[in-house]
Design a binder for this molecule. Structure first.
Ligand code: CO
Length: 134
């Protein structure tokens, strides 16, 4: 059911510093920052030949990554995103199998303009999983 690894998302306390690390130290191409107020984050995208890395910085008071950064003050891997062909079919199959979908269970439009869902980390080996309809 899952396809390509779309991205790995890393929460960072300082987006400018994180972007500089990937651009200057690791020599990657880093996008301009993009505010995603609906998701409570500001992101930069790092394009690699086979996938993307997203750096996430909290945006606003109720950012969903604020608690993660409180526990991991220097940042850390926050989630992985796999592509699926049909996000509603994937959701229904996962729910039937007992996996928990976060939020109200309806896809939201993610940072790439495509529908996304998140799956409970306790159901996936302690890893927050994002599904994106590619
Ligand atoms: Co993501």
């Amino acid at each position: 059911m899952i396809g390509r690894l779309n991205h790995v998302a890393i929460a960072v306390p300082d987006l400018a510093a994180g972007a500089a690390l990937y651009r200057d130290t690791l020599g990657a191409t880093v996008s301009a920052p993009q505010a995603e107020p609906d998701h409570g984050v500001t992101v930069v995208f790092i394009e690699l030949p086979n996938t993307k890395i997203e750096l996430l910085e909290p945006l606003g008071e109720a950012s969903p990554i604020a608690a993660f950064l409180a526990k991991n003050p220097s940042g850390g891997i926050h989630h992985v995103c796999y592509e699926v062909d049909d996000i509603l079919a994937a959701r229904d199959r996962l729910k039937t199998g007992g996996a928990r979908v976060l939020g109200d269970g309806e896809p939201k439009i993610g940072a790439h303009g495509k529908p996304v869902l998140f799956l409970h980390p306790k159901d996936f080996n302690g890893t927050l999983v994002e599904l994106e309809q590619a």
